[in-house]
Design a protein around this ligand. Structure first.
Ligand code: KIV
Length: 262
């Protein structure tokens, strides 16, 4: 899978399936099951490290997750999120961070949050031949500015800025844009106006593809149930039952039996 192929998929009207992964074992399963894109999201900060926000995760930690995922993936395109503080400061710092991600993790693209505010950083990264995916709408690295994880761009001014930012991202050369938690009508309009794929999360079905956090859609992370999330499994219950069963078997002496020893 390549960035170019994703654009061709949009041209053909073929939807793009994207999921997050952060480690070797999950990435292998997700890749083998046929997703088009694996996002090594900075949601690793929440899901893997137990932080409340995505802000604490470091560039070194994102590279570690990216490297682990890359070892597993045979088909999907792998995008690594640029963590908070690694690209907002100045364009040269952004370029250095993106180069580290590409060189050390071997990923194929980076994603970063924001529009006009980070334009120069994106241009600098693109100038080095590094594919960039944008991220607009609810951008979790700005949670302290927003003060809430509610739907974004309900008001006209914010919706207009999102449309302008999305067009700008396409114009300067981004290969795709993630749009998170905005009204479906707005996301559909953006997808219609852009030639690059718009991947939605909580942005309705009128966009070119969907992304979810894999731990959320598999029901591992049970404390998070926004309206946009569809749970495809209840792995928390499966794991709870299996581990409970194991504990019982160990305590009663049922495990290991004669065939499970040397
Ligand atoms: O970090 C992440 O997982 C993301 C997706 C939710 C789009 O950015």
């Amino acid at each position: 899978m390549t960035t170019r192929r994703l654009i061709e998929m949009k041209q053909r009207g073929e939807k793009i399936a994207m999921l997050t992964s952060y480690d070797y074992s999950m990435a292998r399963l997700v890749d083998e099951a046929g997703v088009d894109v694996i996002l090594v999201g900075d949601s690793a900060s929440n899901v893997m490290a137990g932080n409340i926000t995505t802000l604490p995760i470091t560039l070194d930690q994102m590279i570690y997750h990216g490297k682990s995922v890359m070892k597993a993936v045979k088909r999907a395109l792998v995008i690594v999120d640029m963590p908070f503080g690694s690209y907002q400061g100045n364009p040269m710092e952004a370029l250095a961070s993106a180069i580290r991600i590409m060189k050390e993790s071997h990923a194929e693209a980076v994603k970063l949050e924001g529009g006009a505010e980070v334009r120069e950083s994106i241009e600098r990264i693109l100038s080095a031949g590094i594919p960039v995916c944008g991220h607009l709408g609810l951008t979790p690295q700005s949670i302290n500015k927003f003060g809430t994880y509610n739907v974004r761009a309900k008001e006209e001014a914010e919706a207009n800025k999102l449309i302008e930012d999305a067009k700008m991202l396409e114009e300067i050369g981004c290969f795709a844009v993630v749009i998170e938690k905005v009204p479906a009508e707005l996301a559909t309009r953006v997808a219609k106006e852009l030639t690059i794929p718009v991947i939605g999360i909580g942005a309705g079905g009128g966009v070119d593809g969907q992304v979810l956090v894999v731990h959320d859609m598999l029901g591992i992370n049970q404390g998070f149930s926004p309206r946009f999330l569809r749970r495809y499994a209840d792995l928390a219950s499966v794991i709870n039952d299996a581990v409970g069963h194991y504990v019982d078997d160990v305590k009663t002496g049922d495990f290991p039996n004669e065939t499970e020893q040397y």
